[in-house]
Design a protein around this ligand. Structure first.
Ligand SMILES: Nc1nc2c(c(=O)[nH]1)N[C@H]1C(S)=C(S)[C@@H](COP(=O)(O)OP(=O)(O)OC[C@H]3O[C@@H](n4cnc5c(=O)[nH]c(N)nc54)[C@H](O)[C@@H]3O)O[C@H]1N2
Ligand SMILES: Nc1nc2c(c(=O)[nH]1)N[C@H]1C(S)=C(S)[C@@H](COP(=O)(O)OP(=O)(O)OC[C@H]3O[C@@H](n4cnc5c(=O)[nH]c(N)nc54)[C@H](O)[C@@H]3O)O[C@H]1N2
Ligand code: SF4
Ligand SMILES: [Mo]
Length: 706
């Protein structure tokens, strides 16, 4: 395995133990990476899961192999600038002065907002916080957003509106085994958070009835007592069906509705007016099964609902989640052991990354940038005049539109690969080609990195200390184990250096991630996501601390809403939800629904997992999952290459027959770029409330290739 760095950087030949946590998904499994020199000069690695309250010592195949990409010499090791189409090595001094010159020039000619910042949910809380501050105080630009827009925005908006607060799981994971009925909708835990599966098998052993809603029979669906193979994009209508079944049978917690909620009257009226047979027709699920699911949930003494991107990544994702929250509220299943909601967070720091100001409309601690009180509080922490804070910008994909329009002329990307992960990827690529200056801070040269004018090498998780907040809302400290590779810098250091170059250094004079965390604590104090009571010392001593945690002597709140919701009147809000169809429907020309998602061994756009030989070998290329009866209709053989076309583009994929998928639907994973980039097909239409794209449904046609 010549990918592994052979340098014995940590000195002796005795085993070198690195205590860390997996950089990939939101479970944030704790692990040890043990480096040994058994024989010969090459080190070998043993990976051991470390017991902790979330993963309980388990690891999945990605965690087991996450050392490989972090230790490969294929990583970026020094800044590189593009000269005559080729990347050449330059020094950090040259890189910084180039950034300073370019950004000053553009901002002087076209205004401060001509420079945009685009972040990611892999960044630590410290870097994510600083990125938000960097955009507003360093660049004084309103244009900042991040890849979590594509991930968490529908559930976050729904949680905020319904409950007054958004935290991935309202309950600790240990509550799952107390739930007697569990709905998993559009969440494929078995492949995406595999180490959580035992929580669900344990619940089943305790007698829980498990309902999975997914157009495919996933490994998660195989565990279900009832699988509703929903037509993509029809979750809002399906939830109406579940509500109708519950209301008709009277499985309603009237006391809870009266004392803790508002808006149920309108929901009752709306749901009564709907016709169950029509709902069955729309969703592709028999009436009897809808009733069975609704009644099982209503009748159970305790119950939880989990959603992930299958429900959320739609142009009505926000309303679909709201409707499932309606179901929880009507049945009174919140704020009690075994009763709650979970928006299963995706990225390592998908939760913390959405709390401290990477979002276009947000300031640290979940404060809002258009709220005068919030502005003045955060401005006081930052030592600036509130007037100097820019207003709200636009969402991630809309930033790409601004790039096209040349309103944004330079972009600083940190922790994302937008030409692969944005919808309508051909358009996004065209836009980024128009930029005057593209800076990409990454560990590798991603598909977007290839387009950069300047590449900045950053440290990997083994080198980079900082906190992440896992899907439970539990803040964890990940200590650094190794010196940075080559000339790599931490993300936050890069931001401090650029700010210094721009003459804004006095707001960015941090020497450690802990120093940034100290400021974050203060900036979040009194906000919804209050981290004030959390310190590095506490995180070292305790097993992580849940937010909100307003003071150092408080434990942090494990289970939310025991006594009240976070709205000013303490009440949760129900809202009637219409049956939405996806904005793009199938027709004679594009007869199949395409849905997209993940496989076990790869992570997001695959930049990291494809650099791991063990993971790459498990799945070497993308594919399209097609029902055999549909494939045969088009004369497409199992294993052959097929061209897949939507109104926006074409990709070429290998056909996998699968009887597990609906016959009107095909599935493609999102982990590959270039000709296999499924986002060349997906649509640019966004959810009107949260600006989430409809990644989970568009219309396509298949053609066999010879
Ligand atoms: N192995 C792996 N794990 C990951 C990641 C990864 O890339 N690879 N990424 C992480 C991140 S950032 C995220 S956000 C999470 C994502 O975690 P998930 O959201 O669980 O993953 P997806 O595969 O995107 O989608 C989940 C399921 O939604 C189904 N689905 C598609 N359309 C619909 C629909 O209209 N309605 C319903 N109800 N279901 C539908 C799909 O068939 C799929 O099985 O995973 C995290 N964990
Ligand atoms: N069709 C379709 N598209 C989707 C989705 C889908 O389900 N279907 N899911 C969406 C979702 S949920 C998500 S979260 C997005 C994610 O999509 P992206 O934002 O593109 O996420 P990654 O592929 O993780 O890209 C992260 C890049 O940052 C680098 N990186 C990793 N860690 C760090 C770090 O600490 N610092 C820095 N500077 N760089 C780092 C990686 O090497 C990689 O190049 O994709 C979205 N796009
Ligand atoms: S990918 Fe997620 S479940 Fe797997 S080891 Fe990493 S953190 Fe744990
Ligand atoms: Mo995500």
């Amino acid at each position: 395995m010549n990918h592994v760095i052979e340098k014995r950087s940590e000195g002796s030949r005795s085993p070198f133990v690195m205590n860390t946590q997996c950089p990939f998904c939101s479970v944030q499994c704790k692990m040890q990476v043990i480096q040994e020199w058994k024989d010969g000069a090459k080190p070998s690695y043993t990976i051991v899961g470390v017991p902790n309250a979330a993963s309980e010592g388990r690891l999945c195949v990605k965690g087991m192999n996450a050392y490989q990409h972090a230790l490969t010499e294929e990583r970026l090791q020094y800044p590189m600038a593009k000269r005559d189409g080729e990347f050449v090595r330059i020094s950090w001094e040259e890189a910084c002065s180039m950034i300073g010159m370019k950004l000053r020039e553009l901002q002087e000619s076209y205004g401060r907002d001509s420079v945009g910042v685009y972040g990611g949910g892999s960044l630590t809380n410290e870097s994510a916080y600083l990125l938000g501050k960097f955009a507003r105080v360093g660049l004084q630009s309103k244009y900042i957003d991040y890849n979590g827009r594509f991930c968490m925005s529908a559930a976050a908006s729904a949680g905020n509106k319904a409950f007054g607060i958004d935290r991935g799981l309202t309950n600790p994971l240990s509550d799952i085994s107390l739930a007697k009925c569990i709905i998993l909708s559009g969440t494929n835990i078995a492949e995406c958070q595999p180490t959580l599966m035992p929580y669900f098998t344990r619940a089943k052993e305790n007698g829980a009835f498990l309902i999975v809603i997914d157009p495919r029979v996933t490994a998660t669906a195989e565990l279900a007592d009832l699988h509703l193979k929903v037509r993509p994009g029809m979750d809002a209508a399906l939830a109406n069906g579940l509500l109708k079944a519950v209301l008709e049978k009277g499985y309603v917690d009237e006391g809870f509705l009266a004392s803790r909620t508002k808006g149920v009257g309108d929901v009752r009226k709306h749901v009564e007016s709907l016709d169950m047979a029509e709902l069955a027709e729309m969703t592709g699920i028999e009436e009897e099964l809808i009733r069975k699911a609704g009644e099982a949930f209503g009748a159970a003494p305790t119950g939880m609902i989990f959603t992930a991107r299958g429900v959320e990544q739609h142009t009505d994702g926000y309303m679909s989640v709201r409707n499932l929250l309606n179901l929880l509220l009507v049945t009174g299943k919140l704020g009690k052991p075994g009763c709650g909601y979970g928006a299963v967070t995706g990225q390592a720091n998908g939760q913390g990354g959405r709390e401290h100001g990477q979002k276009a409309d947000q300031l640290p601690g979940y404060r809002m940038i258009d709220n005068p009180e919030h502005r003045s509080y955060v401005a006081s922490v930052w030592g600036i005049d509130p007037e100097e804070l820019p207003g709200k910008g636009v969402s991630a994909y809309e930033m790409m539109e601004k790039v096209h329009e040349r309103e944004i002329r330079a972009l600083i990307l940190m922790g994302s690969n937008p030409v692969v992960s944005n919808p309508n990827a051909n358009f996004v690529q065209e836009g980024l080609e128009k930029l005057d200056f593209l800076v990409v801070a990454d560990m590798f040269i991603s598909e977007t990195g290839r387009m950069a004018d300047l590449l900045l090498p950053v440290t990997a998780y083994l080198e980079n200390e900082g906190t992440t907040t896992n899907l439970e809302g539990r803040v964890l400290l990940r200590e650094a184990n190794k010196a940075p590779l080559g000339e790599c810098k931490h993300d936050w250091q890069v931001l401090c250096d650029i700010a210094e170059e721009l003459g804004r250094g006095r707001w960015f004079s941090f020497e450690s991630s802990e120093a940034i965390f100290e400021e974050l604590r203060l900036a979040s104090k009194g906000g919804l996501a209050d981290y004030y009571g959390i310190t590095y010392d506490r995180l070292r001593r305790e097993e992580g601390v849940y937010w909100p945690c307003p003071s150092v002597d408080q434990p942090g709140e494990q289970r939310l809403f025991a006594a009240s919701f976070a709205h000013d009147d303490g009440r949760a809000e129900l809202v009637p939800v219409d049956n939405h169809y996806p904005k793009e429907r199938v027709d004679g020309e594009y007869p199949l629904y395409l849905t997209t998602g993940r496989v076990l061994s790869h992570y997001l756009t695959g930049v990291q997992t494809r650099k791991s030989p063990s993971l790459a070998a498990r799945e070497i290329e993308s594919f399209i999952e097609v029902h055999p009866s549909v494939a045969r209709k088009y004369g497409i053989a199992e294993g052959s290459l097929v061209s897949v076309t939507s109104r926006r583009g074409t990709v070429v994929l290998r056909c996998h027959y699968s009887v597990k998928i609906r016959q009107d639907t095909v599935f493609v994973p999102m982990h590959w770029g270039d000709v296999q980039n499924v986002n060349k097909l997906t649509s640019e239409q966004l959810d009107p409330t949260c600006r989430m794209p409809g990644f989970k449904v568009c219309a396509v046609k298949l053609e066999r290739l010879y």
